[in-house]
Design a protein around this ligand. Structure first.
Ligand code: ZN
Length: 214
């Protein structure tokens, strides 16, 4: 897998610092599962963060902390965690931790475009879903009111002369008006994390917008 497009360093730093919400974590971690260089970068950032914490003066134990710790020693150990079942028909390239979430059904949102919601255990402002677009499909030009993170799982799309294939990560925000098209050959399946709404441009976009709820 040759990966050409990665999350920006600001995004990776926010991930390492734990300041992104679960939906964004899922999208970034899906890229990390495929991308060794970003994994190394995040690990290095986490070590720097850990070193900073280790350098700080130790704070006094809060009142009762020792008593609580001693009480826990006498408690029976928690039952062993059972591995959560995974979604059997999720795309092969989806990391296992994502497959363990609850999936909705595939839903047609436009001709040759379908989406499947992924229900996260912590509701947050970022929605996560799988997006499948038929080979050769041209998505109409659209903009976002928030942002959109896309991690390609299968197939490929092209946008502004760049190719995005499996493992590639694309970040779109309010500034971007793109008109991606799906390569011929295979359907393109991506994991998408999105905030805000899509705004479709042009007459056709305005006509079909009421029917599209991603
Ligand atoms: Zn990467």
């Amino acid at each position: 897998m040759t990966i050409a497009h990665h999350p920006g360093e600001d995004l990776l730093a926010a991930y390492a610092a734990g300041t992104v919400d679960l939906g964004q974590r899922v999208a970034i971690a899906t890229h990390l599962a495929a991308c060794e260089s970003c994994r190394k970068w995040v690990r290095a950032m986490e070590q720097v963060g850990g070193a900073l914490i280790a350098d700080m003066a130790p704070s006094a134990l809060t009142e009762g902390a020792l008593a609580r710790t001693l009480a826990q020693i006498d408690e029976p150990p928690p039952p062993a965690r059972r591995a959560r079942p995974v979604c059997e028909d999720a795309p092969e390239n989806l990391p296992r931790f994502v497959k363990a979430y609850e999936f909705g059904r595939w839903r047609q949102v436009a001709p040759r475009i379908a989406m499947r919601p992924i229900r996260l255990p912590e509701p947050g402002p970022t929605r996560v879903f799988l997006l499948k677009a038929g080979a050769g499909t041209k998505l109409i030009e659209h903009a976002h009111t928030g942002f959109e993170m896309t991690c390609v799982l299968a197939g490929a799309f092209r946008r502004e002369g760049e190719r995005y294939g499996p493992g590639d990560f694309d970040f779109g925000d309010e500034e971007v008006n793109h008109e991606p098209h799906i390569e011929r050959g295979d359907d393109c399946v991506s994991l998408v994390a999105m905030q805000g709404e899509l705004r479709w441009q042009g007459l056709l976009g305005r006509l079909i917008q009421p029917f599209i709820r991603l």
